[in-house]
Design a protein around this ligand. Structure first.
Ligand code: XMP
Length: 521
């Protein structure tokens, strides 16, 4: 679905900055719709999008290097306000006749490299900073220095070491800030973005989930007509919300296939099924435990497990689709972070995250539907609530496609899966009871392949050790181990060794990512 409702749009041009998605989320938090595009987008495409404002992101380069990413200079002739952040600010200066140099090579700027929190003084008569305190902390991260602002620009903020922390050309609505208003460390940063949107670009705040939901349902109805839709429902937040949206739009023209590979958490299948009971959709629950466990028997290499599960999932899905007959549309729960093109290419792959909602090669559908492709995760959750999905589904922590398979170190058996399911359920129950479930972004139990000696009653035991893992993170790319209170860990440990036969020891994983990963495999 495109931005077809004529809602206002802000374009974020990505120059490879690490915070590009954060900028987009901030803009949307201000109730303004935005899209992130690579800086290579053509000027014609930009014009066709009719943005009310443009934001240049930061980036790792120096503008004065010959092959650093640049903007098409015609962008400055469009009459559209621009906010340049960090590299984006230097780019504004570079293109419009200012001078940017390496701070260390310029006598005046020798000490003007700034990293981290910096006390800044703002000219609050400028629209970008209006209504703000004159003094505040801003988050800097720049090694280059703007030795001369372009003609027509005034200096709008300064710090003790840098005379031009921000520049402004109020008449054209062009602003550049050397710091990052999008990060929490910058005091009033969101207010600055809000000012740019509302005071400079004329935003009206027409991005709300209620509207989005109504429009999306209408558009899906128009598009699908009396066609049939198939969706692989994993029980995760994204595929669940996609299913609810489609169910709302086309009811029983939708078939959801939920493949239970026997490596789900305790009660997972029942919970998912119950959540969709209020819609008149076709819910197919496939009990495929035996065939998955058979394929996985004796396999202990993590990537091999992922591959087997991914392939088997596709086979099951394929068989079920054949039973359903001809369907015109295959729906997927793809969300915006998956589709944002980076301005500067891809990062290295550490694990082949096979998303079991993935697209089988054989598919022979008229079209793929991705009704969430414009939304960030928190917006997906909001939409889920809007559609009446229960909180336990909407607020669900991420659960990997291969499920417990990558939480059982080494080879997998049904006994081990059952043991882990019980231990994990106890951990989740106690975390929720202690109110920790909202504080820790992902937490789970894993079954180590280690057995050790213990004593229970009067007898010696030689049983498995369970590892508990809890992490705090915002993007799952890096994570810190969660400081779960000892009392909670204690209760979980006591309950697991008492209630789960075969387990006599419990560890808590205190490694962050990197060097560890979130999952143990
Ligand atoms: P790692 O272990 O790579 O995990 O630090 C980061 C996030 O990704 C999830 N994860 C997966 N998700 N298929 C998935 O759909 C996978 O194979 C997979 N492996 C890890 C993990 O749960 C965490 O949220």
């Amino acid at each position: 679905m495109a931005n077809s409702s004529q809602r206002q749009l802000v374009l974020i041009l990505d120059f490879g900055g690490q915070y590009n998605q954060l900028i987009a989320r901030r803009v949307r938090e201000c109730k303004v719709y935005c899209e992130v595009k690579s800086y290579t987008i053509s000027i014609e495409e930009i014009q066709a999008m009719r943005p009310i404002g443009i934001i240049f992101t930061g980036g790792p380069n120096s503008v004065y290097l010959p092959d650093s990413p640049k903007a098409d200079p015609r962008i400055f002739q469009l009459g559209i306000p621009i906010l340049g952040i960090c590299y984006g600010c230097q780019l504004l200066a570079y293109h419009l006749g200012g001078r940017v140099v390496d701070a260390q090579e310029d006598p005046a700027g020798a000490s003007a490299r700034e990293y981290g929190k910096t006390e800044t003084l703002f000219d609050t008569s400028i629209r970008l900073f209006s209504g703000l305190p004159e003094k505040g902390v801003s988050w800097m991260s720049h090694g280059d220095y703007m030795a001369k602002a372009p003609d027509g620009f005034s200096l709008a903020a300064h710090s003790a070491v840098c005379p031009n922390v921000a520049i402004a050309d109020e008449s054209r609505g062009f602003y550049g800030v050397q710091f990052h208003p999008e990060v929490n460390h910058t005091e009033n940063g969101i207010k600055m973005i809000h000012n740019f949107l509302y005071q400079v670009c004329g935003a009206v705040g027409d991005w709300t989930m209620e509207d989005y939901c109504k429009i999306a349902v209408r558009e899906l109805r128009e598009k699908i007509g009396d066609g049939r839709v198939l969706l692989a429902l994993s029980g995760g937040v994204d595929s669940s919300v996609a299913a609810a949206l489609l169910a709302e739009a086309v009811g029983n023209q939708l078939t959801c296939v939920f493949v239970d590979h026997g490596l789900m958490r305790k009660n997972e299948g029942d919970e998912v099924e119950a959540a969709f009971a209020k819609w008149n959709l076709n819910f197919v629950r496939v009990d495929a435990e035996t065939r998955f466990l058979l394929k996985l028997a004796g396999v202990d290499e993590p990537e091999h497990k992922r591959k087997i599960i991914g392939e088997e999932f596709i086979r099951v899905f394929e068989e079920e689709s054949k039973k359903i007959g001809r369907v015109e549309y295959l729906a997927q729960g793809t969300i915006y972070p998956d589709v944002i093109e980076s301005g500067l290419g891809d990062a290295a792959v550490i694990k082949s995250h096979h998303n079991v909602g993935g697209l089988p090669d054989y598919v022979d559908f008229k079209e793929i539907l991705e009704p969430l492709r414009l939304l960030f995760k928190d917006e997906v959750r909001e939409l889920g609530r809007e559609l009446g999905l229960p909180d336990y589904l909407v607020m669900r922590q991420p659960f990997p496609g291969p499920g417990l398979a990558i939480r059982i170190i080494g080879d997998i058996t049904k006994e081990k899966a059952d043991m882990l399911r019980e231990a994990d359920a106890i951990f989740r129950e106690e975390m929720a009871a202690a109110g920790q479930d909202r504080l820790v972004n992902q937490y789970f139990a894993a079954l180590t392949n280690m057995r050790s000696v213990g004593v229970m009653g009067d007898g010696r035991t030689y049983d498995y050790a369970v590892a508990l893992r809890g992490v705090t993170t915002s993007d799952f790319m890096t994570a810190d181990w969660a400081r779960i209170p000892y009392e909670v860990l204690d209760r979980v440990s006591v309950r697991i060794v008492n209630e789960v036969p075969g387990v006599n020891r419990v560890f808590y994983d205190i490694t962050s990512k990197p060097p560890a990963t979130v999952e143990l495999e």
